[in-house]
Design a protein around this ligand. Structure first.
Ligand code: HPA
Length: 246
């Protein structure tokens, strides 16, 4: 298999630790994507920086179609992604890790499919959007490293880049949401359309609006991400090494 790891903020060092690495711009019919190709313990690994080369692309402007198509064109067979999230529930705390197993889509304005009016037309099954084998890989890696994590959770994806209102978060609670983020959809959907099994490990960077007891700032999220960065990278490296046995 050829594994890709998709990271937002906090996983840049992973790309830097690949052997024989090469930074590459991949041009697709949907636009360009930037990735690092290399090897980990002799197996191919591709790191894709979701927010682009300079981390400047906002969640609602990310070119998800170019990113996923570039991975497919580079021969990727499996994807593990990291995502920063806010917690919608008191018992899920900043600093926690969650291997999500469902999503609810509240995005509004994104190119969310490769379907066209002719071919291809995808009505993709999303009953279980996250791959069971890859989820187990992430959970086993965390267990082996002594990192506790939640085994399952529903990810609510918002359009961003603004944070939510307190009322929106109360609504997400009643809908069964566990965590809220801005980048998980349509990434997982597009991966499915291109038949690349996908799993995501979320890092809780903050309590969501109304639970925090104060207004939210991006800095608060970035600080928590920084605190968990080394552990996050450890879990991904360990899962990737185990994954080559798949
Ligand atoms: N809301 C949406 N996205 C996020 C949050 C949040 O509270 N924290 C990190 N990403």
């Amino acid at each position: 298999m050829t594994l890709a790891i998709i990271g937002g903020t906090g996983l840049e060092n992973l790309a830097g630790s690949l052997e024989h690495r090469e930074q590459k711009t991949v041009t697709t019919p949907f636009g360009d994507a930037w990735l690092t190709k290399g090897e980990l313990d002799g197996s191919p690994l591709i790191f894709l920086a979701r927010h682009g080369l300079t981390h400047a692309t906002a969640p609602h402007n990310i070119n998800y179609r170019a990113n996923m198509r570039a991975l497919k064109d580079e021969g990727v067979t499996n994807i593990m992604a990291a995502a920063a999230v806010g917690s919608v529930k008191n018992e899920i705390k900043p600093g926690d890790f969650v291997v999500i197993d469902q999503f609810i889509d509240f995005t509004k304005n994104r190119a969310a499919t490769y379907s066209t009016d002719g071919e291809p037309l995808y009505h993709t099954d999303m009953t279980e959007p996250y791959d069971g084998g890859l989820r187990r890989l992430l959970m086993t890696a965390a267990d082996a490293k002594g990192v506790s994590l939640r085994r399952g959770g529903t990810y609510v994806c918002t359009e961003g880049p603004r944070f939510e209102t307190a009322a929106e978060i109360r609504m997400f609670q009643t809908l069964g949401g566990d965590v809220v983020g801005m980048t998980g959809v349509p990434e997982v959907v597009l991966a499915a359309e291109l038949q690349m099994p996908y799993a995501a490990l979320c890092i809780v960077t903050n309590y969501a609006a109304g639970l925090a007891g104060h207004g939210l700032t991006y800095e608060e999220c970035a600080d928590e991400m920084e605190r968990r960065q080394a552990t996050l990278m450890d879990v991904f490296m360990s899962a990737a090494k185990a994954g080559k046995l798949l």
